[in-house]
Each structure stands twice: as C-alpha cells, then as structure tokens.
Design a protein around this ligand. Structure first.
Ligand code: MRU
Length: 353
C-alpha cells in the first residue's frame, strides 16, 4: 500500500478558525484567520474556501464562531438568525451548506430550550461543527473504498474541478476515490480539466496530485472530447453540489458536457458524493438554484484582462447532469447503480432510517 499525505484545508486553534486561502494556490500556501462570521461568509462567497462539503463545514464553524462572539450581548436568538441567514446566503447551489447550517441551528435551539449555560452552548456548537467535519472525513474514506473497486488496475481517469482534500474535510470525494485507488497500488493517470473560469482543476487538483505524487496531465476543458474520442480516457469521475430526488446532479459547469461525451463514447461516468449532498425536497435538476457569478471571473485570468472590456460574459457556476447520463453514484453508504427516483429513495430510506 502506498503512503499518501493527509492534506487538511482548515484547522481550529483555541476556538479560532484558520483556512487555506485557495485563491493563492498553487503559488502560495497561506493560512487565513477567520475571526468572525462575516469573515467566514466572505471567505465562502469569494471562494477562499470552496467545494460543497467544505463550505458546509466552514459554515458550521462560522455559526459557532458567530454565536461565541455575540453570546454576551443577550440577543442570542436574533443574532443567531442573522448569522444563519448571512452564512446561508453566500452560495446557493451546494446543498451541504444549508444541510450543515440547519443541523447547527437545530442544535442551537435545543441548547437554548434546555437552558444551557452560555459557555456550554458555545462548547456544544463547536463540538457539533467538529462532528460534521469528522463525519465528512470518514465519509470520504468510505467513498474511496467503495469507489476504488470500480477503477481498473491500470486506468486513465478524467476529473473536473477540485473534489479533493481542499473541497472537503480531507481526502476528497471523486479525487478521494482516485487517491484510494492509487493508495491501493493501482496504475492511475489522471487527466485534470483545468476548469475555467476559476481553474480549480489546474490550480487545486493538480496541486493535490503533485503533492501526492500521482501521475497527471492538465488538459484544457475543450480537449476532453478529442481525447475521449481517441480512446484515451477509461472513465470520468466527478463530485456533486446537489443531487435531487430524481437523481439529477448539479456540479461545476462543464460536468454536463462530460456526461454527454461519456454516453456518446460508452465510458463510465461516476458521481461521488456523501449523503449530505442529497436534497430529496427538490424534485428535479431544473428546480436547483444555479449560482451566477461575476462576469469578471470569465474576462480575467490571474488578474490579467483577457477579453475586451466592452464584451459581456456569461458565468453560470454549475450545470445539471441528468440522472440517465450517470453510471452510478458512489456514497459513503454504498453505490446507487441505475440512478432514478425510486432507487434513490429506497437507498436513502433503507440505509438511513
Ligand atoms: O465552485 P466550487 O469550486 O465550489 O465548485 C466545486 C464543485 O463543483 C465540486 O465538484 C463539488 O463541490 C464537489 S466537491 C467535493
């Protein structure tokens, strides 16, 4: 078994949250201190931290930090609501943020109902955020185990965006499966979509793979089709920001295109996500709120202007992959083969209840 590093995107020291500034990678590994919930909200919105599971975890710590800072002023309930809403309204598509904040809110309400002392409320909220972090890390290891079985002994795997340690509590979802396969001695080469406009692939995924010593090539997003058509790709593996009741998946813009290519060329297309990414209250992909970000992210690259100032740009951050394009969804509780509403509901009810 190969030995891999354990990259961590966040740390808590004495009730203070530090995160790796993902905007500075790969050039600089900078830890940023997030002193209050506004700092946390800005870090999520401006994508210093990103990736569906990680924004849930950081959001949960942000809630605990916010309550800690305001608990002395007496208006805990009003402040709690404000903190919850501010964190929730940072990024709309990844459901993990909503899931984690709801969990924190329920914990908070119960602690208040139980008339707990201020100090205990704060302690319990930090503990709850830590539980969310730990559960995510273990879910990733489980997904790695289930998923790596699907990867051939020798394979070229194409992935999109960053779904690794930097997008989660550590290890990763889709990139976690790649890590597990490599750790188990498989002969893996990774094709890394650069993932315009924010370059999460070339900046972050390539950095993680370089750190681990996993063989990889960065490719421009628009070369995927040609490489697949030449038989150079054995399978595609991606993460998810939200998986809804009928099995449609929201993920980084460009994922849908890859799923169509996989179908056309008859190669497997796997989605890897923890059960905290499922949202059974949203019926289909078209009901998912899709984040639209500033056009400047498209018109600039690394701080340089790369388009005429007068031209407008469209910057949807995510797209929807229909359930029928997905070979299987890999979760920490096992695989959903044949992705459809009935199978998803059976799977989640059977495993969770
Ligand atoms: O805009 P980002 O970088 O937050 O988008 C991230 C993705 O789309 C990931 O694929 C997804 O969050 C899953 S990460 C484990």
């Amino acid at each position: 078994m190969r030995k891999l590093k354990d990259i961590k995107p966040l740390k808590l020291e004495n009730y203070t949250l530090y995160v790796i500034n993902q905007l500075k990678l790969p050039n600089e590994l900078e830890w940023v201190k997030l002193e209050n919930y506004i700092d946390v909200a800005k870090a999520i919105k401006n994508m210093l931290v990103r990736g569906a599971p990680l924004i849930g975890i950081v959001g949960a710590y942000g809630f605990a930090v916010g309550i800690k800072n305001c608990i002395e002023n007496g208006k805990v309930m009003e402040n709690g609501k404000e903190i919850y809403e501010t964190l929730l309204n940072t990024r709309p598509t990844a459901v993990n943020l909503q899931w984690a904040l709801e969990r924190m809110w329920n914990k908070f309400e119960n602690l208040l109902k139980e008339n707990k002392e201020k100090e205990e409320i704060v302690n319990e909220l930090f503990k709850e955020a830590y539980r969310i972090e730990l559960e995510d890390y273990h879910a990733n290891k489980m997904m790695g185990g289930y998923g790596q079985v699907l990867i051939p002994e020798k394979a070229t795997v194409l992935t999109h965006c960053n779904t690794g340690a930097l997008a989660t509590a550590g290890w990763g979802t889709a990139l976690g499966v790649i890590r597990s396969a490599y750790e188990n001695g498989k002969d893996i080469t990774v094709l890394v979509d650069e993932t315009r406009p924010y370059l999460q692939g070339s900046r972050l995924t390539a950095w993680e793979l370089k750190e681990e010593g996993i063989p990889h090539y960065i490719i421009t997003d628009n070369s995927a089709g040609f490489l697949i058509s030449k038989g150079k790709v054995d399978l595609i593996i991606v993460g998810a920001d939200r998986i809804v009741a009928n099995g449609d998946v929201a993920n980084k813009i460009g994922t849908y295109t890859l799923s169509v290519l996989a179908k056309e060329h008859n190669i497997p297309f796997y989605v890897v996500a923890p059960t905290s990414t499922f949202d059974l209250t949203t019926p289909t992909g078209k009901d998912i709120p899709i984040e639209v970000r500033d056009e400047r992210e498209v018109k600039t690259c690394g701080g340089c202007e790369i388009a005429p100032e007068q031209s407008k740009a469209i910057n949807y951050s995510f797209d929807i992959t229909p359930a029928e394009n997905i070979t299987a969804i890999i979760t920490e509780k096992g695989l959903i083969n044949e992705v459809n509403e009935k199978n998803i509901k059976n799977f989640l009810n059977y495993k969770i209840n």
